[in-house]
Design a protein around this ligand. Structure first.
Ligand code: PHE
Length: 446
């Protein structure tokens, strides 16, 4: 494929698209259960530090590579490496990213399918009047039912790929323009409501009172992986969006806006979820089922709970939709770059992601006894290794490429922040972000 001609039509459209990619399961599902499992405020503090020191600078690196290359990730990397006189093997970084998003998308679609199920169940008022035990049991029964799980996983993937097939800059722009403001509105209502519950004080204390004693190497590794995951950085996915970035737009400003929006969503979701968790005296360290079990229990006992719950799952579904579109885009763009037509590339990606996703579906039933590296099911494996290891490794290589390999002038132009902005970014990436990822990865793996 030669230079792509697609462009986001406005600066706002670009910011919305990247925010749509960033805000998703990471903020609303993963952030709360990871925070719950990793000591509350300790995790929150590290996550915010990593967003600032790693997430933002590396996000700029990733997007500027796409913007300077104006091609699919693999081709952009090969093209820019050629321009810099570096080895064309850099293009394998694009393939590594595509592998990472592929694995993430495979479980992302399954968990997003849970929101479809829960949205429909809450509209039908299924949780009203149920005891906590009944609600917990019905979640487990759902997980153990491969047919229902498969149906929802398939439906979600079809929803995602129908937008991807249409081409992101047309289809996605319209979607984001509508969804993001709606999402914020719904979350604000939900958090505002949470403030009135009994558990709000305890939730705020758990989230915001510093607790350095809870920091361990694995908490640090998890927080770093989560910072990459929630910002959608490290998998060359945003590189694909950078290729469609308009010509005159400051990258640091755009990226800062995205990070603020992303962290706000996580905080609002965290406040809403932990307020109800603490109101009901539940365990914050419940794991990936945290949101799906605790919220129906909590809301079931509150006035109008079924509707709040339905709104919540609708909101989650909309947010995951725009993220999964971003996960699929670099895979489709890569196949398209290899000469496939867009429709055919999308269909191929759909079939492959669906098949690998089925391993996650079956992790809760037919394959529950198949373990990898000790105790992990396939679902445990695919929700941790790509996020905690592959994203930081990908981010590290992206940072090295942008800050050490690419010619200065190309970077200055693609960053669009003037010479001083460039120097500040380059120094941060070279002397803070890169060493930090290396230190955390090495100590985490040892
Ligand atoms: N950022 C998305 C979320 O928080 C997930 C994602 C990761 C999207 C990597 C794209 C690339 O849900």
């Amino acid at each position: 494929m030669s230079e792509t001609l697609e462009r986001w039509s406005t600066r706002r459209a670009f910011i919305l698209a990247v925010t749509g990619a960033a805000v998703g399961l990471g903020n609303i599902w993963r952030f709360p259960y990871m925070t719950g499992e990793n000591g509350g405020s300790a995790f929150l503090l590290l996550y915010i530090a990593f967003v600032l020191l790693l997430g933002l600078p590396v996000m700029m690196a990733e997007i500027l590579i796409g913007r300077a290359g104006r091609r699919s990730p693999m081709q952009a990397l090969a093209h820019l490496a050629g321009q810099a006189g570096a080895t064309p093997h850099w293009r394998w970084l694009g393939l590594f990213g595509v592998t990472t998003v592929f694995l993430i998308l495979s479980f992302y679609s399954v968990v997003s399918g849970w929101s479809i199920e829960y949205f429909i169940e809450s509209v039908n008022g299924n949780f009203v009047g149920q005891t906590p035990d009944e609600i917990g049991a019905s979640f487990n029964a759902f997980l153990a039912d491969p047919l229902r799980m498969t149906f929802n996983h398939t439906l979600f993937l079809l929803l995602t790929l129908s937008v991807v097939a249409a081409g992101v800059s047309g289809g996605l722009e319209k979607l984001n323009n509508l969804l993001m403001p709606l999402l914020y509105l719904l979350l604000l209502v939900l958090a505002g409501y949470a403030v009135t519950t009994d558990g709000f004080g305890a939730a705020a204390a758990w989230l915001f009172t510093p607790n350095p004693a809870a920091i361990t190497v694995s908490v640090v590794l998890n927080a770093m992986g989560h910072a990459f995951f929630t910002l959608a950085v490290g998998a060359c996915a945003l590189m694909a969006y950078g290729a469609y970035m308009p010509d005159h737009q400051s990258l640091p400003k755009a990226v800062a806006a995205v990070a603020v929006l992303d962290v706000t969503v996580a905080l609002l979701a965290g406040i809403a979820i932990f307020s109800v968790v603490f109101s009901q005296g539940m365990d914050p360290g419940e794991g990936p089922g945290l949101m799906f079990v605790t919220l129906p229990i909590a809301f079931a006992e509150l006035p109008g709970g079924a509707w709040w719950l339905a709104i919540f799952f609708l909101l989650l579904l909309l947010a995951t939709w725009t993220s999964s579109i971003n996960l699929a885009e670099p895979i489709v763009a890569t196949l398209q770059g290899a000469g496939l037509r867009r429709g055919r590339a999308t269909a191929l990606v759909g079939v492959a992601v669906w098949a690998v996703g089925m391993l996650s579906v079956m992790s809760f039933s037919t394959m529950a006894d198949v373990h990898w590296f000790g105790e992990m099911t396939f679902f445990d494996l695919v929700t941790t290794v790509p996020t905690d290891i592959f994203l930081p490794v990908g981010g590290l290589l992206i940072a090295i490429f942008a800050a050490w390999v690419m010619p200065r002038d190309t970077v200055v132009r693609a960053l669009d922040a003037g010479p001083r902005g460039f120097r500040a970014w380059q120094a941060t990436v070279r002397f803070v972000s890169i060493p930090l990822v290396v230190i955390v990865l090495v100590s985490g793996l040892l």
